[in-house]
Design a protein around this ligand. Structure first.
Ligand SMILES: *[C@@H]1O[C@H](CO)[C@@H](O)[C@H](O)[C@H]1NC(C)=O
Ligand SMILES: *[C@@H]1O[C@H](CO)[C@@H](O)[C@H](O)[C@H]1NC(C)=O
Ligand SMILES: *[C@@H]1O[C@H](CO)[C@@H](O)[C@H](O)[C@H]1NC(C)=O
Ligand SMILES: *[C@@H]1O[C@H](CO)[C@@H](O)[C@H](O)[C@H]1NC(C)=O
Ligand SMILES: *[C@@H]1O[C@H](CO)[C@@H](O)[C@H](O)[C@H]1NC(C)=O
Ligand SMILES: *[C@@H]1O[C@H](CO)[C@@H](O)[C@H](O)[C@H]1NC(C)=O
Ligand SMILES: *[C@@H]1O[C@H](CO)[C@@H](O)[C@H](O)[C@H]1NC(C)=O
Ligand SMILES: *[C@@H]1O[C@H](CO)[C@@H](O)[C@H](O)[C@H]1NC(C)=O
Length: 538
């Protein structure tokens, strides 16, 4: 379920090892440390043990069989921290903390608790942290938080809360963190968060939200992190993020967003991370990032983008990571990544790209990771990586590489710099190189035969024994001229000739077998067998 629920006991165990123990004052099976910290765990614990140290300030009950905690149990106690974690039978009576308590941190998580009365927390004026996650809470009673004016963190994630009383958070003027994620809330009243002027972190992930009203986040001048991921938002109102000038992280991934209003992010001057992954965006407005000069991490994977507007990233001087994986990009406008001198990770994998411009990554001196896997690339322009640094790793797998002369630069580059991650990048054509991995390609076989429709220059193959000239087009070789090496005295009886050659040239490799025999009557009969390994070029 949630990671921290397991983390806590682990930390406590470490604690147990590190601190001197004062177990003699402790009721078994609890353990006491430092005279002030008590840790009780075990299925045999059914009620709060008698004889806990009177001056304990922190008590933890973890994975016990505690049932109802009665009215007055912690009356007049000196506790500052009380934690109930994963006690599957636990419930709380109203008045547990008596008249007044000095608790600053209270956690009740992983219980089946389904309701809390508004008096439950009426005597916790010192409380700073209230963690009430992964219980069965169905509603929040109006007034529930009226008596904890100093509260800074409120975690209610993973309950079954459906509706929120519109003024429920009004008393929490000191609140810095509010987590309502993983509840079936569906709708957020427009003014719900208005008085939370100090709020820094607001998590509304997975709350079945289908729409946002215009002013929901407008009175949150301190907000640094806003999570709206895993909802069902189809669009956003134009002013949704108002002037959240301190916002650093905005999570909108895994919604159903089809488009974004033009200036939706225009006042997010300190935005560092923006996640739009897993939506249905088919286009982005060209000035989307004009007001986000500090953006460093941008995630737009798993959308429906077919291209990008020209200059869309031109204002992102700080950007380090751009992830555009799993879209339908067929081409990128010229200069899309130009000038992004901090860009270190660029993922374009699993798109529909059939070409990259020669200057696509020109001068990206910080680039370390370029993922081009799963596109329709047949070749990359010569020199494309000449201005990048040696630490660049490029992933090329799952593309239909055409292994001819146009691939010579890339294959050479791969063999020098990026062997290991491309052992699965293979030639799709020509036939005789199909399936060869780029790192293993014999570079001398990467040859072209000329372009379709242009006159074909004959290829000359020679070795010490002779010369063969071929004129070929992509389909076949039409002409063959064989100039035989001198055969000594041709007038003698030994005219018969039989030889086998494997000849290479800039065009490819050819195997030639020539057999000539003198026949009766002085006529010559020639047999020429030719198998050529010259790939065709479309
Ligand atoms: C807590 O009380 C016990 C006696 O009940 C005493 O021995 C111990 O020193 C006290 N610890 C602190 C930190 O006051
Ligand atoms: C809590 O203690 C006060 C005295 O300190 C007492 O008057 C009150 O009845 C107690 N409440 C409970 C619920 O035990
Ligand atoms: C409440 O606790 C304080 C100190 O912890 C103690 O002095 C006082 O007697 C207690 N009051 C009652 C009614 O138990
Ligand atoms: C709560 O704290 C105040 C001030 O620190 C102290 O006077 C009071 O005794 C504490 N109450 C309890 C029940 O420990
Ligand atoms: C808790 O018990 C006290 C008496 O011990 C009583 O006065 C008080 O009303 C009870 N509180 C609740 C919320 O039931
Ligand atoms: C979303 O929240 C529901 C409870 O409302 C929970 O069951 C589900 O696992 C959550 N989904 C994710 C992806 O966290
Ligand atoms: C990829 O592009 C080709 C044309 O270049 C198009 O026919 C095809 O439908 C595209 N595929 C996807 C998944 O968009
Ligand atoms: C390449 O980058 C350097 C520093 O990042 C910059 O000074 C230079 O002008 C750039 N060159 C071009 C042609 O963009």
């Amino acid at each position: 379920m949630c990671r921290r629920m397991f983390l806590r006991p682990l930390l406590l165990c470490l604690y147990a090892l590190l601190l001197d123990r004062f177990t003699h004052l402790c009721p078994p099976p609890c353990q006491c440390f430092d005279g002030t910290k008590v840790f009780c765990s075990g299925g045999e614990i059914r009620e709060i043990p008698e004889g806990l140290p009177g001056n304990a300030t922190q008590i933890f009950f973890v994975e016990t069989s505690l049932a109802t905690i009665r009215n007055g149990t912690f009356n007049n106690s000196s506790l500052t921290t009380l934690v109930f974690l994963n006690n599957p039978k636990q419930s709380l009576e109203a008045g547990v903390f008596g008249e007044r308590s000095n608790l600053t941190e209270l956690e009740v998580s992983g219980t089946p608790l389904s309701a809390l009365s508004s008096e439950a927390f009426s005597s916790l004026p010192e409380l700073r942290k209230l963690l009430f996650s992964f219980n069965g809470l169905r509603a929040l009673e109006p007034g529930l938080f009226n008596h904890m004016p100093l509260l800074e963190a409120l975690h209610l994630q993973g309950n079954k809360i459906k509706a929120l009383p519109p003024r429920i958070f009004y008393p929490l003027r000191e609140l810095k963190t509010l987590d309502l994620s993983h509840n079936p809330i569906t709708e957020v009243p427009e003014r719900l968060f208005h008085p939370l002027a100090l709020l820094q972190v607001l998590r509304l992930s997975n709350i079945s939200l289908t729409r946002l009203s215009h002013g929901t986040f407008c009175n949150l001048p301190s907000l640094r992190e806003l999570s709206l991921d895993r909802n069902a938002l189809v669009d956003l109102p134009p002013g949704a993020f108002c002037k959240l000038t301190h916002l650093r992280r905005l999570h909108l991934q895994h919604n159903a967003l089809k488009s974004l209003p033009r200036s939706i992010f225009s006042h997010l001057l300190n935005l560092d991370t923006l996640n739009l992954e897993g939506n249905r965006l088919s286009a982005l407005p060209s000035d989307l990032f004009q007001g986000t000069p500090k953006l460093s991490q941008l995630f737009v994977a798993s959308n429906l983008l077919e291209t990008l507007p020209e200059g869309i990233f031109s204002n992102l001087a700080q950007v380090c990571t751009i992830v555009l994986s799993q879209n339908q990009l067929t081409h990128l406008p010229a200069g899309t990544f130009q000038g992004l001198s901090r860009l270190s990770t660029l993922r374009l994998d699993h798109n529909n790209l059939s070409a990259l411009a020669g200057d696509a990554v020109y001068n990206l001196s910080s680039l370390r990771v370029l993922d081009l896997a799963g596109n329709r690339l047949q070749a990359l322009p010569e020199g494309i990586f000449d201005s990048t640094e040696y630490w660049l790793t490029v992933t090329l797998t799952d593309n239909p590489w055409a292994c001819d002369c146009r691939l010579a630069y890339l294959a050479g580059w791969v063999q020098t710099w990026a062997m290991s991650m491309n052992s699965q990048a293979v030639c799709a054509s020509p036939d005789h190189l199909k399936g060869w991995a780029l790192p293993a390609l014999p570079l001398e076989q990467l040859v072209c035969l000329g372009k379709e429709g242009t006159a074909l220059a004959p290829c000359t193959y020679s070795n010490a024994e002779g010369t063969v000239q071929l004129a070929c087009d992509p389909a076949a070789c039409h002409q063959l001229t064989v100039r035989l090496p001198p055969q000594g005295d041709s007038s003698s009886q030994g005219l018969a000739h039989d030889s086998n050659w494997v000849l290479t040239s800039s065009c490819g490799t050819v195997r030639v077998r020539v057999a000539i025999r003198a026949e009766q009557g002085g006529a010559l009969r020639e047999e020429v067998a030719l198998s050529h390994k010259i790939q065709s070029v479309p």
